[in-house]
Write a protein that binds this ligand. Structure first.
Ligand code: GDP
Ligand code: MN
Length: 421
């Protein structure tokens, strides 16, 4: 047997290769074990599809809203806006009123961190309509601004840094206050306290189908707590440590495993023990697995505010708020609401409004049903680009997709959709 000692003058690589040659069986065995470990680890993050499905549309096609005039829930429309957004506010209100609320008459609350101008109140009040229940409210200072434990110098430095790196809204202080308000305070605003459900509306959005049934009544009837139109990818630089913080919260409070949480994870192919080293990278949990960046698009939400008002959500928000990531990073209310819902709710408590077309900025959701073949392949929501002229069933009522707005790819929706079958 040749000695493994390096001879004087021999190259260290050569000796390494000799070691490998003589130990190849051992090396192969270790590599296989690592591969099997990684494979098993990945398989642990498969999301089982429940049968029967847990979240069908409340209705498909058009209903007769007039038949539905008596039952009402405790519910309100809420729009946070700036005075300068009056045009967008009017167009959103018109869309909601025409597609839905002229038939149902739910009240509106408009919130602002500053006093409303007469111009805003007059134009928006007119858009809601004569005799409607409309309130224009100001947000109390305690709900909008730095809490005392935030180091404002550090916050401003981080914001400047985010601005330099081109992170959208990262350098805009008011945007950080807004995200914190929408994450942890709106549901305690005195104007919203009398209500259980809320429907969030932003300026310059529109609904592209007629909504001919009462979603609040249906949410209550089906025990739904959080409703959304779509899910998409968050930009990772805005929330580098959020996912790990929430994962640590789950450990600390010993929250049980849930398929919704699993659906948010893109498990790593890196085998143990190297996987743990990945935890130092952004958007990963302490085990080294990656958040797939999926989150619900919270510019539209219909939710049971008692979910947000409950002890569990409040504990999550306080944990995050103490950490300071609303200012030192740019945590948005969308990932905060979404990951909290994934952590604290059961899949059947979420509702996908798959029958509602919706536009925000230049992105839209359209409402075609998956074909039978797609369903058989486990694709719950089709790629809309393929949907021209192939006879797909329209889920909504009198829908008109926009010609210009881009259509959101249903990748995140399909992953999250696995949880409800
Ligand atoms: P994006 O949807 O994340 O691109 O951000 P937007 O600019 O649409 O803001 C989200 C929501 O917060 C909208 O309803 C805005 O009107 C509102 N908003 C953002 N910043 C402020 C602010 O400084 N003051 C008030 N009152 N509302 C704000
Ligand atoms: Mn917006």
């Amino acid at each position: 047997m040749p000695k493994l000692l390096t001879r004087p003058g021999s190259h260290p690589l050569r000796s390494l290769s000799r070691t490998a040659q003589s130990h190849w069986k051992l090396i192969l065995a270790i590599a296989s074990l690592l591969l099997v470990e990684a494979y098993v680890h990945r398989r642990n993050y498969d999301v089982p599809r429940p049968s029967p499905p847990l979240d069908a549309p409340f209705y498909t096609g058009c209903q007769d809203p007039v038949l539905n005039t008596t039952a009402r829930e405790s519910a309100v429309f809420m729009m946070l806006a700036r005075n300068s957004e009056v045009k967008g506010a009017v167009s959103s209100v018109r869309s909601v009123q025409e597609q839905f609320n002229d038939n149902f008459g739910y009240p509106w609350v408009f919130l602002n961190d500053e006093e409303w101008t007469e111009d805003f109140k007059r134009k928006v009040g007119k858009a809601v309509g004569e005799g409607a229940d409309v309130k224009f409210e100001v947000i109390p200072k305690e709900m909008w601004g730095y809490p005392e434990w935030i180091n404002q110098d550090r916050a401003k430095k981080s914001m400047q840094d985010m601005k330099n790196r081109g992170i959208q809204y990262g350098g805009l202080e008011s945007y950080h206050h807004m995200c914190r308000f929408q994450s942890g305070f709106f549901y305690d605003h005195p104007a919203l306290l009398p209500y259980k459900y809320y429907w969030r509306v932003e300026p310059s959005i529109s609904f592209t189908c007629a909504i001919t049934y009462d979603p609040f009544v249906e949410m209550a009837r089906h025990k739904k707590r959080y409703g959304y139109t779509t899910a998409l990818w968050e930009r990772g630089q805005t929330v580098p440590s959020l996912f790990r913080k929430l994962s640590l919260f789950r450990n600390e409070y010993r929250l049980p495993n849930s398929t919704l949480w699993t659906a948010m994870i893109d498990a790593s192919w890196m085998p143990w023990p190297f996987r743990r080293m990945l935890a130092a990278l952004r958007n990963r949990d302490e085990r080294g697995d990656l958040w797939n960046m999926c989150h619900f698009w919270s510019n539209f939400e219909i939710a049971d505010m008692d979910f947000f008002r409950g002890d569990a959500y409040r504990a999550v928000f306080d944990y995050l708020d103490r950490d300071g990531g609303f200012y030192y990073e740019r945590w948005g209310d969308a990932p905060v609401h979404s990951l909290a819902a994934a952590m604290l709710l059961q899949p059947q408590e979420l509702h996908h409004f798959s029958d509602w077309g919706y536009i925000h900025d230049d992105l839209q959701v359209c409402t075609f049903a998956s074909t039978e073949q797609e369903k058989a392949r486990g694709v719950k929501i089709p790629k809309y680009e393929d949907s021209d002229g192939d006879g797909r069933k329209e889920l909504g009522c009198r829908c008109k997709c926009d010609d210009k707005a881009r259509i959101v790819e249903p990748v995140c929706l399909n992953r999250i959709g696995l949880t409800t079958g």
